[in-house]
Ligand binder design. Structure first.
Ligand code: GLN
Length: 444
């Protein structure tokens, strides 16, 4: 039934960029047989799901929604997919995203953007817009996205679904096509907090193929714990410049927490004003290095006409990458170049340390932090692409978590006057997923 719903809804939502019906049916039928034989099945077995198109799937085209990877079929599976596949997850297909996960509207995709299921004139958000559109539009039960600076939480907020960005190191990045390696994390986008917990527990774990992986999980058992006495912090700076409808919804959520017995503590986090420039310097620097591998020889697209190797690489990259990706490669190369390294990259790294310390200090006063996920609701199509700087500014509430490597979950907390969903964010201590999911579960 999911496959037939995809056929009906996908032409408008443009959530899927590739559908894999044969494999999906094969797995579903195998699970059916187990059920018919009276065998017990796991909680994710037979559940139809999707993967953002930057996660490697053996034999299935994986493009990062970039022309430069067109036709690329990985010869191995990402660890997250290997894990879910071994639990008989039913992969429906791969979903749309901003090219190489760079963007906030999904419109930087070579396949065109994904639409918002609440109003198809609005964007689904980005970069994991396809997953959120699919889950919000009921054409996947859940999906995995990646979050470098908000790409799970922001589209989840725009599409009225739940999105969990785990602690850096909780989930293996092996097989995730890199954008900014020190910030990237894979996490679930789901309908409910309970589903997010189930999927996170399934994919979390130490992986020897990712040297930065630590492990984690084990959130399900404590989901329903009492939150009486939990200290929920609100940093005033997170509310600066946030649209009134979003601010009101987040503050109303704080009232709900009070009624559940939690204590609300206000504090200041002035360092937050540096989070955005720090993020864009570090992310672009790492991207310029990571994207150096697309040379027309090893993967996907290669230009048709060239005079020599250098010319071939130049033409392949000029033709294969989109505007935003090129902009970031240039910015990244600039901040890493000899004359500017100290002024930009080094300064950003120092500030990253200061931001981490500021969060550690904040968590001496509270257990979790409550904030908006995005300062506004889903923008109309075409808005994000018209002014890149303005679009970067909308990442203000999501990037601090990535800089500090912390977990954050976006949970729907209401609608604005036009019926567009609003999301709030719960931020936890390092490896504090159980606590934020517990708080989110009690709210939802
Ligand atoms: N919008 C942010 C960016 O463009 C976040 C992207 C992400 O998390 N992958 O970089």
């Amino acid at each position: 039934s999911y496959l037939s719903e995809i056929e009906k809804a996908n032409p408008e939502l443009n959530a899927y960029v590739c559908v894999t019906p044969e494999a999906a049916l094969k797995t579903a039928q195998a699970v059916d047989k187990k059920i018919a034989a009276g065998e017990e099945i796991g909680s994710l077995e037979g559940v139809p799901m999707t993967l953002k198109d930057n996660m490697s799937t053996k034999g299935i085209e994986t493009t990062c929604c970039s022309k430069i990877l067109s036709g690329y079929k990985p010869i191995f599976d990402a660890t997250v997919w290997e894990t879910l596949k071994s639990q008989n997850a039913v992969l429906l297909g791969k979903t749309n995203m901003d090219e190489f996960a760079m963007g906030s509207s999904c419109e930087n995709s070579c396949f065109g953007g994904a639409a918002n299921p609440f109003n198809t004139n609005h964007v689904a958000g980005g970069s994991s817009g396809g997953v959120s559109s699919a889950v919000g539009g009921n054409i996947a039960a859940y999906g995995l996205g990646s979050d470098t600076g908000g790409s799970i939480r922001q589209p989840a907020s725009f599409c009225g679904v739940v999105g969990l960005k785990p602690t850096y190191g909780a989930v293996s990045r092996y097989g995730l096509i890199a954008y900014a390696s020190s910030l990237d994390q894979i996490g679930p986008i789901t309908k409910s907090v309970e589903d997010a917990s189930l999927v996170f527990d399934a994919i979390a774990g130490k992986d020897k193929r990712d040297s930065t992986s630590v492990g984690g999980g084990n959130t399900y058992a404590t989901l329903d714990n009492d939150i009486k006495g939990m200290k929920i912090g609100i940093a005033r700076e997170y509310l600066d410049g946030v649209r009134d409808d979003v601010k009101e919804a987040v503050l109303a959520a704080a009232e709900v927490y009070k009624s559940l017995g939690a204590e609300i503590v206000y504090f200041d986090l002035p360092i937050l004003k540096f989070a955005l420039p720090v993020y864009y310097i570090i992310a672009c620097a790492e991207a310029s290095s990571n994207l150096g591998r697309y040379d027309g020889i090893r993967y996907g697209y290669k230009t048709a006409h060239y005079t020599g190797t250098h010319d071939m690489i130049c033409r392949t990259r000029s033709e294969g990458f989109g505007e935003e990706v090129k902009r970031r490669i240039l910015l990244g190369t600039y901040v890493l170049s000899a004359g500017y390294y100290d002024a930009y990259y080094k300064k950003a790294q120092n500030l990253r340390g200061t931001i981490i310390s500021a969060f550690n200090k904040a968590f001496e006063q509270c257990d979790v932090i409550l904030a908006p996920t995005v300062p506004m609701t889903a923008f109309e199509k075409g808005h994000a692409t018209s002014d890149p700087i303005e679009t970067y500014l909308t990442d203000i509430c999501t990037v601090p978590v990535n800089i500090a490597g912390l977990p954050g979950v976006s949970v729907p907390c209401g609608f604005n006057a036009k019926g567009m969903p609003i999301g709030m964010q719960l931020i936890g201590k390092s490896f504090g997923e159980a606590q934020i999911l517990n708080a989110a579960y009690k709210y939802q």
